[in-house]
Design a protein. Structure first.
Length: 88
């Protein structure tokens, strides 16, 4: 993966995080959380698809399908964990 692939993946992950924040709402810190979770999920999903040699929706060096799935999984889990009320 070269630098343009990292930039492309980072921009896509940021887009997913920003759109998720627009959909679910929240303040500034939720936006930061969603962006971080989306980046982390995108790159972990990308790495999982690379490890298992899945060739679906590959753009350059970026495994788009793995990145999208990873990003969405992390975003929904992060949203779910932030809604848990520890006091019952």
């Amino acid at each position: 993966m070269n630098i343009t692939s990292y930039i492309f993946g980072g921009l896509l992950a940021a887009l997913f995080g920003a759109l998720f924040h627009l959909w679910r709402g929240g303040g500034f810190w939720k936006l930061i959380l969603y962006l971080a979770l989306s980046w982390l999920g995108f790159y972990l999903g990308h790495l999982v698809f690379l490890h298992y040699d899945v060739k679906f929706m590959t753009v350059g060096g970026v495994q788009m399908a793995g990145g999208i799935v990873g990003s969405l999984v992390f975003l929904f889990l992060g949203n779910w964990f932030t809604r848990i009320n520890p006091e019952g």
